[in-house]
Design a binder for this molecule. Structure first.
Ligand code: ADP
Length: 575
């Protein structure tokens, strides 16, 4: 590289110096030639005038003698003509053999009374001549000076110029070589530095002390590299911190690039898999769970957080998988082990189910005996009152255990729903039929509206009936004052939206989000008094969720409440 820069610089210098020498040679030479030419012309003019003067005044010599003497003295050819152009005397030829010269350019001027000059090849010899003619009374005189003479005068100058230029050229070349060498060496240091940085050595420095442009570039590069080195150190520190943090996590974390290759994985992830995840190896080599792989793929492709459950990553364990897209493409997945939580949830549910089950028989027995005692004649009013309280509470406990059992069954996911395509109209009619009489006893009008244009839905008829029962019972219990309950269905995104609307006291907004939690009651005393268990809406929620729908309540104080839930549409015809 240094050689290349050196040669390039040398080539440029060579061209510049060569061009300068050549231009100098040409200018000096041209100026010199012009000056010489002018000098010769001036000289010849003077000599011609003197020749003319002599021809006019010298009466002792013949014209031929004068011409020959003047020609010799001037180192030129001297010619005299008469006004017609006929040659009277010539220093180099016999006048009788010569042509008429009246039309030669210099003679035309001279015969017109002025000094004439011309430069051309002589007709006889073929070399360039400088002609100067001057008028005399009775004709004109001319001196012809051969110009090749100039070449001879010129030669020493040319030689001197050539050697001078050559010396200057060689000297300039040496200086240029030294300068190129110096520049090349400095640039080479920058190149060496850049190569070290490119190889990842951020400690490389040029350390130039010069203050010229190259020095400034070197200093700027050093400064940049120092900054990069500092930033890199900071990034490495935070990366180490992050690694420690991720490795100390209970949750397993793995990140993949856009092609599904592992970028990093924490220790928990390593422990989880049978085959330790290798960096840059496809994730599918280590994990085969299709839900997990699909979640990661979806997060990377759709740039959205995706969650799923996975049971096959490690046998006998359940994981909650959350995959999120990474800014540079690819995705990161966090696996939370739910096995223990699920086990505890299950044992809690089992416990509740078992207790409820165990309580069923004694409660039925208490209820039975209480009723028998109430019917017996031995009970006086006082005893009757106590027995009534016992019966009421036993009934309440029985309802509670029944609800708890139902909830445990629905919540566990073990309950199999018999989902069939069914029309919304049928579901609403079922509910209406069951509650028509009860509503009448509450003096409440129960009506269906809006079922047209809703198609079939996927539903377990019994389960949906349970939801409507809970909602209508609630409406009767808490909102009978509204005197009207509307049941309805309308098309919604992906299915049908069912609703039970009352015109009772309504529910204030802060309760709405928690209404579907178990044992959540807005007015505890009222609920108990009306025989509520606080589980009706929780059961409804779990049934709807098991159907792939959602349930919610809309209400405003003093303006009644509406309970809504959705069911998915069915393509198939209802049975
Ligand atoms: P409960 O057995 O107490 O009725 P739910 O889970 O069915 O339990 O209902 C939870 C609470 O929601 C009730 O205690 C009641 O305060 C409130 N609620 C339910 N439906 C209505 C309604 N239609 N109008 C006003 N409040 C209601």
């Amino acid at each position: 590289m240094r050689r290349r820069i050196f040669f390039k610089l040398m080539l440029v210098f060579l061209l510049v110096i060569g061009a300068t020498a050549l231009t100098l040679q040409l200018t000096v030479h041209t100026v010199w030639e012009r000056t010489l030419g002018e000098q010769i012309e001036r000289d010849l003019r003077q000599k011609t005038l003197m020749f003319a003067h002599r021809v006019e005044n010298d009466r002792q010599h013949s014209l031929a003698d004068i011409a020959s003497q003047e020609g010799q003295a001037a180192g030129a050819r001297a010619t005299v003509i008469d006004p017609t152009g006929k040659v009277l005397a010539d220093s180099q030829a016999d006048p009788s053999t010569m042509d008429n010269l009246a039309h030669r350019k210099e003679f035309v001027s001279a015969l017109a009374g002025e000094v004439g000059t011309d430069q051309r090849n002589s007709q006889g010899i073929g070399v360039p001549f400088l002609f100067v003619a001057a008028p005399i009374s009775g004709g004109a005189v001319r001196l012809a000076y051969p110009l090749p003479e100039i070449e001879t005068t010129d030669r020493p100058l040319r030689v001197a110029l050539f050697w001078g230029s050559l010396a200057a050229f060689i000297f300039a070349l040496l200086v240029a070589a030294a300068a190129s060498q110096y520049l090349g060496r400095r640039l080479q240091r920058i190149v060496n530095f850049a190569e070290r940085v490119a190889d990842g050595d951020l400690t490389a420095r040029i350390a130039s002390t010069a203050t010229d442009e190259i020095g400034q570039v070197a200093t700027a590069l050093d400064k940049t590299t120092r900054r990069i080195e500092e930033s890199y150190a900071r990034v490495q520190t935070s990366q180490r911190e992050l690694e420690t943090l991720l490795n100390s996590m209970q949750d397993a974390v793995v990140a993949v690039d856009i092609d599904g290759r592992i970028q990093w994985a924490n220790r928990s992830m390593g422990r989880l898999l049978l085959r330790a995840p290798r960096l840059n190896a496809p994730l599918i080599d280590s994990v085969r769970d299709p839900d997990f792989l699909a979640a990661i793929q979806e997060a990377a492709r759709n740039q959205a957080v995706t969650s799923t459950r996975s049971n096959t990553i490690a046998s006998g364990r359940t994981f909650d998988v959350t995959a999120a897209p990474m800014p540079g493409g690819g995705a990161v997945a966090v696996l939370r082990d739910l096995t223990e939580t699920e086990r505890m949830e299950k044992s809690r549910r089992d416990f509740i189910a078992n207790v409820s089950h165990e309580l069923r028989t004694p409660l039925t027995s208490i209820q039975g005996y209480t009723e028998t005692l109430l019917d017996s004649p031995i009970a006086n009013n006082h005893v009757r009152e106590f027995l009534e309280i016992i019966r009421k509470n036993a009934a309440r406990m029985s309802r509670l255990t029944e609800d708890l059992l139902t909830l445990a069954r629905v919540e566990s996911g073990e309950h199999r729903f018999d989902v069939q395509p069914i029309t919304a109209e049928e579901l609403l009619q079922d509910a209406l039929e069951s509650f028509r009489e009860t509503a009448r006893s509450y003096e409440v009008e129960l009506v269906i509206e809006n079922t047209a244009s809703t198609g079939n839905v996927n539903a377990d008829r019994e389960a949906i009936h349970q939801i409507f029962s809970n909602l209508i019972e609630n409406a009767l219990k808490y909102a009978a004052s509204g005197k009207k309950i509307i049941l309805g269905a309308r098309p919604a995104a992906n299915g049908v939206e069912f609703y039970v609307q009352d015109f009772g006291p309504g529910i204030s907004s802060e309760h709405l989000p928690r209404l579907f939690e178990r044992f959540y009651r807005v007015d505890k005393a009222r609920s108990r008094e009306s025989g509520g268990t606080g589980l009706g809406l929780a059961i409804a929620k779990h049934i709807v969720l098991a159907h792939g729908g959602r349930i919610w309540a809309e209400s405003e104080l003093n303006h009644g409440s509406t309970f809504l839930f959705t069911l998915t549409a069915s393509e198939a015809e209802a049975a």
